[in-house]
Design a binder for this molecule. Sequence first.
Ligand SMILES: [Fe+2]
Length: 298
Amino acid sequence: MAKRVVKVIDLVPGRSVQLLSIDNQALEQEKFWRDHVCAQEPIVIRKAVLDWPAFKKWGMPGYLEALTNRQVGVSDTFNASPAGVWHQNLPKYRLDEAIARLRNAAPDDTFAIRALPIPPEWRADLGGYDFLNAHRDLPPRAYARDRLFIYRNASTEWHYHTTDETLTTQILGTKRISMFKLSKENWHAYAGPIRSNLHHMDERARFFPADASLTKFEATLGPGDVLYIPPFWWHGVDPADNGFGITLAHCFRTPFNRLGSLSDPAVKDVIRAQGSLMLALRMRAFVALGSLSRIVNP
Ligand SMILES: [Fe+2]
């Protein structure tokens, strides 16, 4: 009997529409910055990084496996959110063995090597992004600059980022992604059940608003496609095939004048979730400064 592969996108009810996508040549650096990063509007940039050597090399069995000098944790579940302590307790394998295991797994097996820093030996196979001005590609505040996700059938649970801009870069395999932004009005109606994992229940529909009015922006990413994910946009990811896949998440710093606003329900939620009063105050001060700089420099 085939094993169960968990998918997450369709567990949240809503109306699906196509996410805006553009050809790499058509996206000027200024347009990307102004209409997407500063406006916090996601976009798919098609065939943006196909000239990276990784596209020719990383699919060849044996190439990535030549690297043996480190250990990685391998999960046999989808990427739950948050990663937490369970993730640190995963069984460890030599990287070459882990990759061979993922390449040779059955079509219904689920495996994930999550958030692997780029081994220095692989870095020469990657390049930059034409549409992102190098002067604006600054180190992120919270996330690692680059994280690799090496997987088979491993979906990534619905979540959002509180800061830092993300370029999800598909290298091997295809992925379906879905995104939505919540407002003050519907934040609790959706964030509550998702946080409580009620969307995984068979009777999930009764935990969400009955009108199914949420708009979900969706696209399928193929090798070389890049998805820009702004902060506070919820996103879920399901592999669109059952083969061996690799995705790179490249992060850069959110411009100061675009740090969250205190009236945004997502920002309030983050402040509430801070572990201490000091951290909550620090986050409030950060947001207030961001708001001030928005007034001065809209
Ligand atoms: Fe993410």
